[in-house]
Ligand binder design. Sequence first.
Ligand code: IVH
Length: 692
Amino acid sequence: MSASLFDFDFEDTKARHKSLSEKIRSADVAYYSEDVPLMDDGEYDKLRRELEEIEKRYPKLVTKDSPTQSVGVSPSRGFKKVKHAVPMLSLSNVFSEEDVEGFFDKIRRFLGLDENTLIELVAEPKIDGLSCSLRYEKHRLVLAATRGDGSEGEDITANVKTISCIPQILPEDAPELLEVRGEIYMGSDAFEKLNAAQKESGKECFANPRNAAAGSVRQLDSSVTAMRELGFFGYGVGEAGYKFYDTQIELREKLEQWGIPGTSYKICSSLKEIMDNYNSLLEQRMFLGFDIDGIVYKVNDLTLQERLGFISRSPRWATAHKFPAEQAVTRINAIDIQVGRTGALTPVARLEPITVGGVVVSNATLHNEDEIVRKDIRIGDTVVIQRAGDVIPQVVRVLTEKRNGSEQIFHPLETCPECGAHAVREEGEVVRRCAGGLTCPKQAVERLKHFVSRLAFDIDGLGDKIIQSFWDDGLIKNPADIFTLEKRNKESSTSICTREGWGDLSEKNLFESINNCRKISLNRFIYALGIRQIGEATAKRLAATYGTIDSLQASMISACEQESEAYNNLLSIEDIGPVAASDLIAFFAEEHNLDVLAQLKEHLHIETYTQPNHAHSVIAGKTVVFTGTLIQMTRAEAKAKAESLGAKVAGSVSNKTDYVVAGENPGSKYQNAQKLGVPIINEEEFKKIIAK
Ligand code: IVH
């Protein structure tokens, strides 16, 4: 080969290397920041393989910025998961003045305070960004994590370190160990600039500053994040070496002293102050320089916050007062019926697509057929729709004056549109359901989707479309099939990587994420089963009560007998009434479910439920029943405190009860406890236990 020919070849290859690198880089950006992939995984893999081949042949083309070298680009196209030392919670919402009043009332009732007692609330703007936890150890920023599902988020440290307003080191007077909780956001000016630049380079624009901030933080290449102007506001604390504040105001002041930026805030003690502040922020909203979607109210006094505690995932001591939803006018083109995982048939309005608050909306839920009648919604109607935050868009009202007589009334279906089984509406129920059970393909697919969803198995890479196509091709028919997929794939002549849109890398990643999920907590597992009425909180209570999947299963089978002890134990669990009980029992009575359960147990390690962090409390894991009037705290507070220490609070006394806490004028539970020889303690003794 002559030198000149070689050079010619090299020049060509070099040009190809450059264009491949650019293509891959922009595919990465589109994939991570805009969540709009430019190409499917198969094509992406092919480009990367070609690039690697070239670099093998010409090692001098391997520069630091080649996509093959970029640091932090994990092969699974993802971030490392991290467990939060203290969960990252969400907030309940209020929408009106009455709701705010209700929030005040609930707090007073819970604490047993009379209606004239003033409670100081701190009102902070609710920043519309993405929450982040910054962990400082020995005063140094060592970890930044997204909220994720609240207990586990993603490690975004490298990217967050490029945000200039976030201190990398805290001053000496801050606790050595400190987790600052707050919001990463993109200011309005930065957002405008970014979108102008996106447009100029022919890239897609971001719908709103929140998406732009999220997209910028979820970059695998932190040099891209560094180019985006992001801000951070701190408003809370996770784990801390010691308690350094007694009020929310003091917390905010300390954070600011230590160099953590914060928003303005205001103390309000009356409904009037709250509403004045709300209305004035609503007016200033446009001029703040960053997006807010409401106001957060927090009880100022930390002692009261601790007494109030949490319900499920949100604090009782805080709530978000949302700004009014954004509305728009559009036309209903059709009404379709969606079949849910429990067979519920939900009417959905197919809309003439319209942009509401920067997001294109083409569907709105109509809830149920009574709602359609109540609002007199017809096909062809012009309607006002609204969208608030992440809530599914809704039809607010019909503009009847726009009718021309061609609109059609919607008639409920007699049969399921997916499987043709009867569509039954039971007496007293608002929901019509498909009677097909698991023979209805749609119900089966929806159950699978629920099984892999975020609060259940959280399997990355098994999105709705993939579940549907694997179902259509018979690859996954029930949840257990997910865990035999890799083995079957190896034995099959048509492996997944040959499917359209798939490549070696995406196949490998899929199996990796499935394998990462073979170990699962009992509460998540119970939730994943998708039993009607059993949401996340109830699943946790069931896990805490029964401890293992085998014990839950055995108890549900024994609970078939309504008079049995197992049945009474089930009913004594908080939140479980006869309806939820019968759904649970029915689930475990179904042959098909037991069969799938047995298969799942073979492939999974379902962890025994362990009480989080309360091993030191004598009531952790114990069943406690309250009776009579407590003097120093309300029943609700006592119950919540016991639960937060890991106790199970039951409604009736049985031989499973460990303690009965008796206040004044106890009822029949007291006698029952005496009869059964259950230890009875008074309020003072209970207070001592919870103070420890
Ligand atoms: S406090 C336990 N304060 O809103 C307290 N959250 O809907 C939990 N947010 O996940 C959060 N501004 O991402 C709090 N001033 C503020 C906030 C705020 C925005 C976000 C945060 C949270 C979400 C809950």
